[in-house]
Ligand binder design. Sequence first.
Ligand SMILES: Cc1cc2nc3c(=O)[nH]c(=O)nc-3n(C[C@H](O)[C@H](O)[C@H](O)COP(=O)(O)OP(=O)(O)OC[C@H]3O[C@@H](n4cnc5c(N)ncnc54)[C@H](O)[C@@H]3O)c2cc1C
Length: 493
Amino acid sequence: MGEVAAEVEHVDVLVVGAGISGIDAAYHFAHEEPDKSFLVLDGLESFSGTWLMHRYPGVRSDSDLYTFGYGFKSWTGPPIATAEEIRAYLGEVIEENDLAGRIRYHHRIVSASWSGDEDRWTVTATRTDTGQTVVVSCGFLWMCQGYYRHAEGYTPEWPGMERFAGQIVHPQTWPEDLDLTDKQVLVIGSGATTATLVPAIAGDCAHVTVLQRSPTYFYAGPNSNETADMLRDLEIDETWIHEIVRRKILHDMQAVTELSFEEPEFLTDVLIDLVAQQLPEGYDVAKHFTPRYRPWRQRLAYLPDGDLFTGISSGAASMVTDEIATFTETGVRTVSGVDLDADVIVTATGFNLSVLGDIAFTIDGTELDLAQTITYRGMMFTGVPNLAWIFGYFRASWTLRADMVCALVCRILDRMDDLGAHRVTPVLRPEDAGDEVLDWIDPENFNPSYLMRSLHLMPKRLAKPEWQHSQDYWTERDLLPAADLDDGCLRFT
Ligand SMILES: Cc1cc2nc3c(=O)[nH]c(=O)nc-3n(C[C@H](O)[C@H](O)[C@H](O)COP(=O)(O)OP(=O)(O)OC[C@H]3O[C@@H](n4cnc5c(N)ncnc54)[C@H](O)[C@@H]3O)c2cc1C
């Protein structure tokens, strides 16, 4: 342990993480609970989490910023935004709401312990700049730590990797000085990262090949919003435009979601047809762009201006649908015996899930195993007092849920004040006792591999809305604001 700061500072609420969720929490807290003290701690050197850490070429959102942005702050740029644009937006939120003084960077939290005698959490952080140990206590701990480990991405162990003479790079830890000029690049994986990265590098390197085990759904369109453009022409106020366009996008997304459940084959045909229209005649769309899963079981990847297809059509990029048999000295040999040579191999193979920010939690001296708990509305956990986390949507924009969770946390804190309570703990009611305990998410409904790999680490759910995170914005937008805090799921003491 480094040198320990002498004083233990106490705040009413401590927010962990200054990403889009933590800034959302700080905004709501500053406005809705002005009499309470709060602090935000983040291990990084600045705000925005995901949008600070990811530095691979072309990094951008894959949802539109009318819904990925906050409800309370208008988005005025193109719908799909670069990391810099998102950072600038978040920077404005911090400045406009005077939040800078509430956020401390370089504080990596390593442990959090709850004391029932004192009704408070004691949180220990290591300063990443000085090595000092800082201890803060709080009445309520608000975890906005995101869902994946920032330090390194997920790279499977493939046979022969050590033989490869070139460079292997994960997009999450992209080397600043990586020069791809005239290089043969092989990108493994075909998710949103690949769709972003490939168009960004296709013009610079000699050639980029995408090797995917199985195809992903993509849909392409202009990086503009017709409704927003029309309303801007009419000189409508930006706050109105934000609200109208947000509602329109959510309305359209709901229709797509419903279609994916009710008429999955029809939706598949529509999506595949749209892809075929963007590619040269005779292109093997069935092999490379026809997924094996029903649409919406994973997030649809949006291609602004169809840029991935432009790369393929121009010959700068190509797709291979096959499996890796082994790495070789010069690249990868596939199961069908094709040798794919490369100078640089990019493993766009996803994340390592991080549950609760890799922090060691104890409750009255007992180690917390979150996988043994049941979630209250995807934001609190049975037997874990005075703690909430923000876990957003994967299919719809993450922030839609973050906004609603923020409002609910503030309501819960108000309820504690009204009751003179110091503690709020989710508890199963007698009527919940016999319910089947289920995994965090139903894989039939949504099954991205980073979540499936680590499902055993996640809290459990029951089938009732009170005890799950349904990943369905369109039901939760009614359920969460109407949550009855006196239904017995929360014990206030
Ligand atoms: C390239 C990329 C594109 C994406 N695009 C979209 C999109 O378009 N739409 C969408 O909905 N989602 C998208 N996502 C998912 C995205 O991560 C989330 O939507 C959102 O950014 C999460 O915000 P967050 O604040 O919850 O978490 P993060 O952005 O992960 O931020 C968490 C913060 O918590 C801090 N933290 C964590 N643990 C600790 C600790 N122990 N001590 C101190 N600090 C800690 C981290 O340093 C970080 O700053 C994308 C993800 C990636 C990687």
